[in-house]
Design a protein around this ligand. Structure first.
Ligand SMILES: Nc1ncnc2c1ncn2[C@@H]1O[C@H](COP(=O)(O)OP(=O)(O)OP(=O)(O)O)[C@@H](O)[C@H]1O
Ligand SMILES: [Mg+2]
Length: 314
């Protein structure tokens, strides 16, 4: 099982669109995919469930809020019990051999995130506080090690555009980080800052793990950056605009985060109505137009990097 966090501090850069469609395409190739919605905005969830459905069936009993809400995440509720199988997308996947499951988010996760951070304090001994740091930050990683999750090939986590404790649990749980960005100054400005914050978190986690009494059931982590995926790229006359090409090149040359070859163009026609009908655009689009080809190439690149490409796609 591979775990990939999707994150960027910048909002509205296509973070949610990426796991929704990449997850759907990977499932369409026969993989068993689990999506974790850790953004209180709950957009990834609403890509697969209608708001009414979410209110009736998920809100009170089946969201990640129940899991993070315990004194220690997962203490009262098992993560596996929160997994739901959205019907519409799985009907569309029927002949693929793959599957797409989801753990839903909840707006109330915002408050829980703040409470979790507050819980980091209040321990008087150094050993105690290191143990609490590891248990809190390692909670999602620990949960995904449960037997129930061995049936998944790929877990994609949609993170909120911040570096709160919930996001940190996602980084600790992940083997790779994928960063969607628009090809403009503001969207790429935070890349190295993000990489720096991740490095600091990893360093601290591993230092505490190394401290024997603090970390006996935690292991060192080493999440890598799969790379930046440029999204909503402007295309004119079949070409990326010169200004955006320049930005992409600048990031390639100057950033610590690698840049993926695949790019997704700006296409309001495909992505304007995210989740319409509970099936991501890339599964709804008939035929292989340019945008589907781009997403297909991205799926190849990401699954290839994760060593998850089925033999007939290699
Ligand atoms: N390639 C694209 N072309 C055109 N529109 C897109 C594309 N990708 C995403 N969008 C649209 O842009 C908006 C923002 O995308 P999305 O919700 O995926 O971004 P986000 O980074 O998750 O935002 P947030 O920070 O609010 O979570 C959505 O309305 C989405 O449908
Ligand atoms: Mg989002």
């Amino acid at each position: 099982m591979r775990v990939v966090a999707v994150m960027n501090y910048k909002g509205g850069v296509g973070k949610t669109t990426l796991p929704a469609n990449l997850g759907a395409m990977a499932a369409n190739r026969g993989l068993r995919v689990l999506l974790l919605d850790l953004d209180p905005q709950t957009n990834l969830t609403f890509s697969f469930f209608s708001v009414d459905d979410w209110h009736d069936r998920l809100k009170d009993s089946h969201t990640i809020k129940q899991w993070y809400g315990a004194e220690m995440p997962g203490r009262d509720v098992s993560l596996a019990d929160l997994v739901v199988t959205p019907e519409r997308v799985n009907e569309a996947l029927e002949n693929s051999g793959g599957r797409l499951d989801l753990v839903s988010s909840h707006l109330g996760l915002i408050d829980i995130d703040l409470e979790l951070a507050a819980r980091l304090g209040g321990t008087t001994t150094l050993d105690g506080s290191k143990r609490k740091f590891l248990d809190l930050h390692g909670s999602l990683r620990h949960a995904l090690e449960e037997d129930a999750f061995t049936e998944y090939d790929l877990v994609l986590i949609d993170c909120a555009p911040n570096f709160g404790l919930v996001t940190k649990t996602a980084i600790v749980a992940s083997e790779q980080i994928l960063v969607p960005a628009k090809a403009d100054y503001l969207s790429t400005l935070g890349l190295d800052y993000l990489a720096g914050n991740c490095a600091t978190l990893v360093e601290q986690f591993n230092e505490f793990v190394g401290h024997k009494r603090g970390g006996d059931d935690h292991h060192p982590i080493d999440p890598g950056f799969l790379g930046v995926v440029f999204t909503m790229v402007q295309i004119y006359s079949q070409q990326v605009t010169l200004a955006q090409l320049k930005y992409i090149e600048q990031v390639r040359l100057n950033s610590n985060v690698p840049v993926l070859e695949s790019r997704i163009r700006n296409s309001p026609r495909h992505f304007g109505d995210v989740g319409d009908g509970g099936v991501p655009a890339m599964l709804r689009t008939a035929g292989r137009d340019e945008v589907v080809k781009e997403f297909d190439q991205l799926t190849d690149e990401v699954l290839g990097a994760l060593a998850l490409l089925p033999a007939d796609h290699r």
